[in-house]
Design a binder for this molecule. Sequence first.
Ligand SMILES: [Zn+2]
Length: 476
Amino acid sequence: MAKQYETVIGLEVHVELATKTKIFCGCSTEFGGAPNTHTCPVCTGMPGSLPVLNKQVVEYAIAVGLATNCTITQYCKFDRKNYFYPDNPQNYQISQLYLPICRNGGVEIDTPAGKKIIGIHEIHMEEDAGKLVHDEWEDCSLVDFNRSGVPLIEIVSEPDMRSAEEVIAYLDKLRLIIQYLGASDCKLNEGSMRADVNLSVREVGATEFGTRTEMKNLNSFKAIARAIEGERARQIELLEEGKQVVQETRRWDDNKEYSYAMRSKEDAQDYRYFPDPDLVPIVISDEWIERIRKAQPELRTEKLERYKKEFDIPDYDAEILTSSKVLADLFEATTELCHKPKKVSNWLMVETLRLVKENDMEVEDIDFSPENLAKLIELAESGAINSSVAKEVFEKIFKEDIDPDKYVEEKGLKSVNDEGALRATIEKVIADNPQSVEDYHNGKEKAIGFLVGQTMKAMQGKANPGMVNKILKELL
Ligand SMILES: [Zn+2]
């Protein structure tokens, strides 16, 4: 009988924190910007410059630790991780090895077999490196230090995941928690959330772990799922051929759906970690932790329960709306303005998500204002515009965040509610279509649909459909 294998997966997730300034200097963390404009002697590693810790970084790390059920290390320190690379001007990265800020936590995920806890080994704070730009025209490499010193937390899980589905569920849960806390926007496509996958396989029933590899360069949930499938198959094939898996770092090429060896995996000892002498240890008091705990915003589970109670919307709607902080914020702000929760929910769940999908966007990229959606709902509900016009206007709001009142006015899209004008048009439609009128009188209900259609056409789509129906029935 063929051997059965089990996949064992642990993740290292890097998250860029949403602070305004870098972790050890006052430079801006803003994404983009001309190369090397968000820099100073500290984040370019000039001799004699001294780092000063950004307090907000510690607060975000504690907040994420509390929300993921970790123990906070109340006496923690920074260490130097020594290595040479051109994007790392100090020749060491300031990180945490011996006393990371959070330890021994976990989050619960849903699996087909029920709930499961994925353990979190630790969360540590560190600085990001700069970025190399390889210029093929000039045949040289350039370095941009704008990202150097941007604060990161690295969340290291236990090897508790057994499939790509569990990995995605875990990442989704982490992302939601961190977004709700406001600690990061967690955009995989912009690199503010990045996952390295440690994977090994072993025969079902074995208690020892197999040799693991680490995969980097994964920037979407789909790429992560494919990389896991690909690497699992590669390792099983090696074992089946009686070969050994080599412990190494591999780069996943999502286009070729194959991973390539980058370098043999270093151990922590290769980095000659030692306590950073420029930074004093951080003492975190009980009061400080309590203050952060109390200031914790409403997280997903609580929000979900509140939505079910407070708004008259189906449970399904509440699930979808709270599945993203961006959607939930938009829902609440729009409902606050127009007091029609179910209508707001419909616009978000149907038209908004359809357009997100059609434009190949992430929900996080939605960028229209609640004011404009609220105005559109008012226009549609008052009968000022009909439903097909409303959809057309919404597309403009989604793309350009236009003011629907102005747009409808300028384009002359208001429904015609003038009974006299409608009646005149309908009389003409009836006179022009005697066959349909006869069909209607002979009991063919469908014929009225055709007459409504003809009226709408004559009114260039701007008639109020309710009134058209009413007047038609009267005249017939
Ligand atoms: Zn700086």
